[in-house]
Ligand binder design. Structure first.
Ligand code: ATP
Ligand code: MG
Length: 248
């Protein structure tokens, strides 16, 4: 098993935001997390990658390739983040540094774990794989020159440049038009072929149908439904899932 999450409970100050979350993720699997705004989707991803805010208290267990993550120090997390587990944030513009060319930022993500020798080549490859056509021009651009969709793709390149085993993607396709969106989904499917895994947060059941192996439906910090993608579509058990499906 690549990832084993057990009895996760998360509190922000006194607010209980995740309640007894447990799930597994295998190598080569795409798991989609769906649920309404505020249900705790981003909080699950931040718990896994160790980016919770100061006021957070996390209980339970997250094992990644047998290693317990919940008790890791920031220093230990830095060896994992980007290299073994990476994240595409919900808000790409917040994440990119306005002062540096985007190519440099993709290279830095690579150089944080590998040498600088072939960093430029790897960065260009990652940008291309993320669906960017004029790679050389984009490489030399500053974030404010790019559209939201392009910034999102740069963030996807940053998250994939080290070839991590697990990519966490927080609504990565919402800002993208349909053809770019399908390219990104193709990239996730290609990761599957290489036996790597993805946890994808999305509101879009169309996206779920296209890439998910399994689905978790979250409501008020609780898992109200979990199953393989077809049983969820064919036979949604929880009324909330039925409601979500009716909405499409
Ligand atoms: N730093 C924080 N301090 C206190 N409460 C927070 C903090 N971050 C998030 N929350 C609250 O925790 C709950 C879960 O938030 P989270 O961002 O995980 O939801 P989400 O499902 O990702 O929502 P969205 O679809 O809007 O992105 C929400 O009620 C939110 O208001
Ligand atoms: Mg969120």
């Amino acid at each position: 098993m690549l990832l084993e999450v057990r009895n996760l409970n998360l509190y922000y100050s006194d607010k209980h935001v995740l309640r007894n979350i447990s799930f597994d993720l295998k190598e080569g699997e795409v798991l989609c997390i769906v649920g309404e705004s505020g249900s705790g989707k981003t909080s699950i991803l931040y718990s896994i990658i160790g980016l919770l805010p100061e006021n957070a208290k996390l209980e339970g267990s997250i094992r990644f390739k047998e290693q317990e993550l919940v008790s890791l120090s920031e220093k230990e997390y830095r060896n994992i983040r980007g290299r073994h587990i990476s994240i595409v944030f919900q808000e790409p513009s917040v994440y990119l540094d306005p002062l540096y060319r985007v190519g440099t930022q993709v290279e830095e993500a690579y150089m944080a774990h590998f040498g600088k020798e072939d960093a430029k080549e790897k960065a260009l490859q990652a940008l291309q794989k993320a669906g960017i056509k004029e790679v050389d021009r984009i490489y030399n651009s500053y974030p404010h020159h790019l559209s939201g969709g392009l910034k999102q793709r740069v963030c996807i390149a940053i998250a994939t440049v080290c070839n991590p085993q697990l990519v966490l993607a927080d609504e990565p396709t919402t800002a993208l038009d349909v053809s770019i969106q399908s390219r990104i989904l193709k990239l996730f499917r290609a990761m599957k072929e290489e036996n790597r895994s993805v946890i994808l947060v999305t509101h879009d059941f169309g996206v779920v149908a296209e890439v998910a192996d399994r689905v978790i439906v979250l409501k008020d910090g609780m898992m109200v439904e979990e199953g393989d993608v077809w049983s969820i579509f064919d036979n949604p058990k929880h009324s909330y899932t039925q409601e979500l499906l009716r909405a499409i």
